[in-house]
Write a protein that binds this ligand. Sequence first.
Ligand SMILES: *Cc1c(COP(=O)(O)O)cnc(C)c1O
Length: 499
Amino acid sequence: MAVDAAASVAGARTGADSPHCAAPGAIRLPAVHLILSDAGCEALIAEYGRVQTLEAARALLAELRGVLLAARRAESPVAPTAATDTNIPALLAMLSDRLRDSNRSPLRPVFNLTGTVLHTNLGRALLPDSAVQAVAEALRWPMNLEWDIDTGKRGDRDNLIEDLLLELTGAEAATIVNNNAAAVLLMLNTLAQGKEVIVSRGELVEIGGAFRIPDIMTRAGAVLREVGSTNRTHLKDYDEAAGPQTALMMKVHCSNYAITGFTKSVELPELSPLAQKHKIPLAVDLGSGTLVDLEQYGLPHETTVRETIAGGADLVTFSGDKLLGGPQCGIIVGRKDLIAQIKKNPLKRALRVGKLTLAALEPVLALYRAPDLLPERLTTLKLLTRPAAAMRAQAQAILPVMQAALGAGYEVRDEAMMSQIGSGALPVDQLHSHGLAIRAAEGSRISNVLGMLEQRLRSLPLPVIGRVAQDTLWLDLRCLDAHQQQRFTDQLSLLQTPA
Ligand SMILES: *Cc1c(COP(=O)(O)O)cnc(C)c1O
């Protein structure tokens, strides 16, 4: 804390007359009870409670006392800036700031202008209103989470969404856990503990955030049997590796990379008959997993869960919050006997989802019954299919406000750019997008102007997260909802700095 700030709330006159706490020598701060009983403190006590306000006031006074004492020891002058001995309004203003800061949730809304729609670090899919309402209701009401209303007996939480999942995927059974990593772990632990799982070397993926197929395999107690080479794996590689020690054949979606050039991988129509011949279940970790053919919306093709089941997979695992557009969860669909085994694993209890997840997932899945309306209703798909013209109009509307806020040191333009779907969905495909490209104005003297701007955007009340590349700060407007545009531009004036 600056000495000036401390001095501004303390009197600098000599004297130790009660009720002031006399700092040795010249500086006096008000007693804490004077602050608490001041009329200006009522609003703080009403909002934060007396206990917390008192503690914060004590801490503030102790800190100020320390600063003033240190200044005195160093014999640096502490100028009295207040007319009276104690400046309670100034202290209350500091107290209010502190209480507000310490009560602000560390989890805050931000503007995702990175161009990555399903950004793992920004919480992936945004959910439609129907899901938001269902979650709010589930928070307020007791729910029949594990209670069969028809029979009045204990139920199973998976039953709440199983029928819908079967309808949308063509599978025989389904279960749901905390995320897809958990789904893969649970599947491997149930079916392959102490036994081998055959996976192609080209599919030993690492997903950001420390999910690696070989590691999850070890933690599940399964033995990874790698076959083929990085770029080429043949059917005979799987055939030769299969034996009595094999519990599972597994294919993993190359979520965040592509192997191109001289390549060969074995697809389900070939692999499924081989797995059947060896009587080994075939599992597919689809990663993102979509429930509809995205090509009908002008997006690149991504194998659907239904196609994977129809192609002969005995089990398929996928995420709830990637392309599916729902809450974080992991879904396992497939053969009834295998799902029954998985559900009996005690780990299922440790990995199960709560009522909020199920409340959010059900209305999202229900939207898939009307695929023609999906781009309007499913937020993820709405963002992915947003026309570039809409983003361009938005960019042109925001540009003058941004330019005015940034001043002459920056040049703001509206430009075409490419966004990504993100979260490992369709890693090589990019979407045509539009937004603001901000560069240092020619002749700008400040070094690291873009880094500074990026930091200033992050420190706004609703932090704005863009992307710096090629000496440009890119603000991709794909994920800036039209309803939020006003809030976005309103806070830009806070960026203004003296020229
Ligand atoms: C994303 C992904 C996972 C992990 O899913 P989470 O839902 O993030 O736990 C696992 N496997 C693949 C292939 C993925 O793409």
